[in-house]
Ligand binder design. Structure first.
Ligand SMILES: [Zn+2]
Length: 433
């Protein structure tokens, strides 16, 4: 963080998050403004683009600036040194969280990250917002006894984090408290501690499960709510916002891109939709039907992919496994999500949100199209290895043609430096004169 920004930090009013308009007196959809030092104001509801190894997948920094209008990203320190990605890779049963550590998936396998190292690490990196470490066991449920332990650990880690911030001399990132993925009444001791720190040190909440929003104490109501609730469809995004999420990550954006799907939904839904034939949420660009189609991915889309290229080109790029295919799809898909959130905010301003959500649900299919083609190569940090004998995640790009398999199998004596006559004699290939 530069000195100019640091100066800013002291001059800014305390109001980091302000609620512009609420739809209910309790916890529910609302419009807000998130003001972070040295950054453009983020109008909420909004989304954060998920990153992998520090970048939005397929988008280089120059394309990020030139061809997207993404306003915020979420980076899991796990990709470098510490806390979890979103969505996280579930650790094997042999690597549970402990009293002082959480299990993280790093470049060199699963490691135990100590809470002290996490606090020191994030102070060093200086992001705009930092999430407190919580004992969230991904991939398994929190039973009663386990919740008690999670409450104790998370309270301890939050207190340690607040203490370390108080002792640090430099300006600190905004601290958001990670709540456990259970109802508030089941983590009341921890919630009390969050409430104690809310006046001074805790600036926001991280919601891992929607059940936490039930009976959220009124005192915590004004804090911005960052959702890691993994909505799987735009319909779920609409529901999570209705339940009170202000900012969330949307894992299905990059997933659709990897699957060769161009998102195609708009909010509110078009007026003239036939109820018997719901609209698709996305277009499968692997389909050969686009091979000669010179139209954009979606009509009237203003993104770089749609204004400079057409479906036939993107279909060709996918078939040829050119990585530009995924770059263009990712630019388009983020543009669709950006427009979706802009329209959500407009709908809230106009007071038509509930009606618009209902119309969206009637107009669109309930699931994104299924994947039909092969995505880009899956990397080790994107899945958990099941051990020896596991099926290969990535099919080899090149295979021996069927009619050559036998010849190759029967020619074990073929040497790479054999001349063309020898290779022909052994049936390995034919010479063309
Ligand atoms: Zn587009």
């Amino acid at each position: 963080m530069g000195t100019q920004v640091q100066k800013h930090f002291d001059q800014l009013p305390d109001e980091m998050f302000s609620i512009v308009q609420a739809t209910t007196a309790g916890i529910g959809a609302r419009l807000g403004r998130l003001v972070l030092p040295g950054r453009a104001v983020i109008e909420t509801p909004h989304y954060l683009a998920s990153t992998s190894r520090g970048v939005v997948p397929h988008i280089t920094p120059d394309n990020f600036v030139r061809s997207t209008s993404i306003q915020g990203v979420y980076v899991g320190l796990e990709d470098f040194l510490g806390a979890r990605r979103t969505p996280p890779v579930a650790p094997p049963a042999a690597n549970p969280n402990t009293a002082g550590t959480i299990a993280v998936c790093t470049a060199v396998g699963f490691k135990a990250l100590h809470s002290d190292d996490y606090i020191e690490g994030v102070q060093h990196v200086q992001p705009d917002i930092v999430l407190s470490l919580a004992d969230v066991p991904y991939g398994r449920a929190l039973g009663n006894r386990r919740v008690e332990r999670a409450v104790d650990r998370s309270t301890q880690w939050l207190n340690d984090h607040v203490e370390a911030r108080r002792q640090a001399s430099m300006p600190q990132a905004k601290l958001f408290a990670s709540l456990l993925p259970v109802a508030c009444r089941n983590q009341s001791y921890y919630i009390e501690s969050v409430r104690d720190h809310a006046a001074k040190d805790v600036s926001g909440l991280v919601i891992h499960d929607l059940s936490t929003l039930e009976n959220l104490p009124m005192e915590l109501g004004p804090l911005p709510r960052l959702g890691f609730t993994s909505p799987a469809t735009p319909q779920e995004v609409l529901r999570h916002i209705r339940l009170g999420i202000d900012v969330c990550t949307i894992p299905f954006t990059s997933e659709a891109t990897d699957n060769g799907i161009a998102l195609s939904f708009a909010f509110p839904a078009p007026n003239d939709v036939c109820r018997d034939e719901p609209l698709p949420l996305g277009v499968d660009m692997w389909s050969i039907e686009h091979a000669a189609d010179c139209s954009p991915l979606t009509p009237d889309c203003g993104c770089y992919a749609c204004t400079d290229h057409h479906r036939a080109y993107i279909q060709h790029l996918l078939s040829a496994k050119e990585m530009l295919a995924w770059v263009l799809l990712q630019i388009h898909n983020h543009h669709i999500i950006e427009s979706f959130f802009r329209s959500i905010r407009r709908s809230l301003v106009e007071g038509t949100y509930n009606r618009d959500v209902e119309r969206f649900q009637q107009a669109y299919e309930s699931q994104l199209p299924a994947k039909t083609g092969e995505g880009p190569r899956v990397r080790g940090y994107q899945y958990k290895s099941e051990g020896p004998g596991e099926q290969r995640k990535n099919r080899p790009a090149y295979n021996t043609l069927d009619d050559r398999k036998e010849a190759v199998a029967g020619s074990k004596s073929v040497k790479l430096d054999a001349d063309s006559n020898t290779l022909q004699q052994q049936g390995f290939a034919e010479k063309q004169l």
